[in-house]
Write a new protein. Structure first.
Length: 339
């Protein structure tokens, strides 16, 4: 029986069939994202060879030195979506302000928010990195340029989200709210082929992922929660977990999605009076929370669902606990009980 090859384009079209009123704009937007991902994937495979390693000489809004690759990937996602008339406004983790809307974008019905390359400092040591994206419907009227209001929507309003992981193989994982599906790039065809249909996070987790070098900066509750995960707390953990931490969010998230686990990046109390989160709500936490929920998992800021948070600024940061629901809810319990 020949193996059925299902490309991401076919899969998106199949998903569209469930919506008779669909016009195809949303599907075409997802194709555009997949094409941008292929462009980035091609370059990243050559990153060690091309002349794009090294610093671009610019600094992004996060104050991070921009690698040439951040700029390349950022341009790829912007260029693939600026003139289609499908996207009304774009926000990139690499840019201080929103992407300046083109004339074509005035007719766009959707909002595209993305982190073009998350964890880019790992590229020059050949550690997997990723792109994270999310799609919302516009709130402002079509026919005008999109605004910040369109971008500041809670994750529960999301209509699609996904990530691309550039690793030993390039995979694109996406959801439109109807299951989470993984596609692996076949480079000789230039096609993302369905390889992981209907991903569900395993009921029994295998890993916990966090940067334990920050233990001294964690709250008492998180220090105690981590001992729980290590089987060292008075509360018994019903299974044994191993520690895995890549330091590349998409890599850590993807492994836990497929094999079960929790990733957490809590508030850091480097200044006891001013604890700070690191990860971004719009660009990282909310899209991955949408994927986690679709796969039967859960994501929280330690107190509430990430998807319920009303963003106040596009570069807002949040604490993140994401993966198996019972482990995330246990983190919330430790924070409630121990701070
Ligand atoms: P730390 C990469 O810079 C990133 O934004 C995420 O991809 C990753 O999970 C996190 O930061 C790693 O942060 O402080 O452990 O190096």
């Amino acid at each position: 029986m020949p193996t059925q090859l299902i490309t991401i384009e076919h899969h998106i079209l199949e998903q569209e069939r469930a919506y008779p009123e669909a016009t195809g704009v949303f599907s075409n937007l997802l194709y555009d994202v997949a094409l941008a991902a292929k462009i980035v994937a091609r370059e990243i495979q050559r990153a060690g060879l091309g002349n794009i390693l090294g610093k671009s000489g610019t600094v992004n809004v996060q104050g991070e030195q921009q690698l040439k690759f951040d700029v390349f990937a950022n341009d790829a996602f912007i260029n693939m979506n600026s003139f289609t008339g499908r996207v009304g406004i774009m926000a990139s983790e690499e840019l201080d302000d929103l992407v300046t809307p083109t004339e074509a974008m005035k007719s766009g019905k959707y909002v595209l928010i993305f982190d073009p390359i998350d964890g880019s400092s790992n590229i020059d040591v050949n550690v997997s990195v990723g792109t994270v994206f999310s799609v919302y419907r516009r709130k402002t009227p079509v026919g005008t340029a999109g605004t910040q209001e369109d971008c500041l929507q809670p994750g529960k309003e999301m209509v699609a989200a996904g990530y691309i992981i550039y690793g030993s193989s390039t995979m694109m994982v996406y959801s439109t709210g109807n299951g989470v599906h993984g596609f692996t790039l076949e480079p000789t065809l230039g096609e993302f082929l369905l390889s992981h249909p209907n991903i569900q996070i395993p009921e029994i987790p295998k890993y916990y992922s966090t940067n334990e070098s920050y233990n001294k900066y964690w709250s008492a509750g998180i220090q105690k929660y981590t001992r729980y995960l290590q089987g060292l707390d008075s509360q018994a953990l019903p299974y044994k977990l191993s520690a895995r931490y890549v330091g590349s969010l998409v890599s850590d998230f993807h492994r836990n999605l497929l094999q079960g686990g929790i990733f957490y990046y809590p508030l850091l109390y480097k200044d006891l009076n001013n604890p700070k989160p690191k990860l971004r709500l719009l660009y990282e936490a909310a899209p991955l929370a949408f994927i986690a929920r679709g796969a039967g998992g859960y994501a929280s800021d330690g107190e509430q669902s990430i998807l319920d948070i009303q963003p106040e600024s596009v570069h807002q940061r949040v604490p993140l606990f994401i993966g198996n629901r019972d482990l995330v809810e246990k983190a919330e319990e430790y924070i409630r009980n121990y701070g």
